[in-house]
Design a protein around this ligand. Structure first.
Ligand code: NDP
Length: 244
């Protein structure tokens, strides 16, 4: 009933580390051609490129800061040149910090909103001319957008913004056959997330499944929303949080 992803073309923002890396590798293993971008960690990007090569994926890993409009245009140009069209766009890049609201500087508010939310506007708008009926846009949100988190008002506001963006774009792009959804992870253990043992225990007990998430758990949800199996789902937020 459902077609495989083989031969599809995808762009992933922030594909070099953590969840973005898992998404990029999962897409590549499914036979998808990939353009992935990163901001500044060239070593992580090189490792990803090597992993993609070992999979045998047609890939391009390039530096592009998605908060910079010119960079998102360059990213779209690279997709046009390398892929010709885009079936799957994953906006994964984000910024986060832990700051009491009263001390949250305007610069920090802007940095987090720019990376998590405004970059989604830039990337989706610039890539839209390459998309057509059957294309799928997936923004990586957060469970925090629903629950709220103290000291992370800027981050949660940005992630909640992605939900509104997806719902509006679902209506606007639906007539063209383009779907727009959000994947909202809970606590996902990436190599960079160093959780103290006592906090880890509390987080684990918060979940119904009794464990933290793995980047691959999020990637699996992205594969589902990228493919034909989810062809009648748009404007939705899919929570990947172990039942928190
Ligand atoms: P990481 O910090 O591990 O990785 C972030 C990635 O995004 C890196 O590849 C980074 O590249 C890239 N990136 C950051 N800023 C930019 C930018 N301006 N332009 C281009 N690329 C950029 O993040 P996680 O894997 O932890 O999170 C991935 C997504 O999942 C985010 O949207 C996050 O909010 C969301 N999420 C994560 C959770 C978790 O528990 N980990 C929970 C809920 C949501 P570089 O290293 O070069 O800067």
């Amino acid at each position: 009933m459902t077609a495989p992803l083989t031969g599809k073309k995808a762009v992933v923002t922030g594909g070099s580390r953590g969840i973005g890396r898992a998404i990029t590798l999962a897409l590549a293993r499914s036979g998808v051609q990939i353009v992935a971008c990163y901001r500044r960690d060239a070593a992580a990007a090189e490792t990803l490129a090597q992993e993609l090569k070992e999979i045998g994926a047609d890939h391009q890993v390039l530096q592009a800061d998605v908060t910079v409009a010119e960079d998102t245009e360059r990213l779209a140009d690279e997709c046009r040149a390398r892929l010709g069209s885009v079936d799957i766009l994953v906006h994964n890049a984000a910024a986060i910090s832990h700051v009491p609201f009263a001390e949250l500087s305007y610069e920090e508010w802007r940095r987090v909103l720019d990376t998590s939310l405004t970059a989604a506007y830039l990337t989706i708008q610039r890539t839209l001319p390459l998309m057509s009926a059957g294309s799928s846009v997936i923004a990586i949100g957060s469970r925090a957008a629903l629950a709220g988190i103290a000291m992370r008002a800027h981050y949660t506001a940005a992630k909640a913004g992605l939900v509104g963006l997806a719902r509006s774009l679902c209506r606007e792009l639906g007539p063209e056959g383009i779907r727009v959804n959000v994947v909202a992870p809970g606590v996902i253990e990436t190599p960079d997330l160093r959780i103290p043992p006592e906090v880890r225990d509390r987080y684990e007990r918060m979940t119904a499944l009794g464990r933290l998430g793995e980047p691959e758990d999020v990637a699996a949800a992205v594969l589902f929303l990228a493919g034909d199996a989810s062809r009648y789902i748009s404007g939705e937020t899919l929570h990947v949080d172990g039942g928190i």
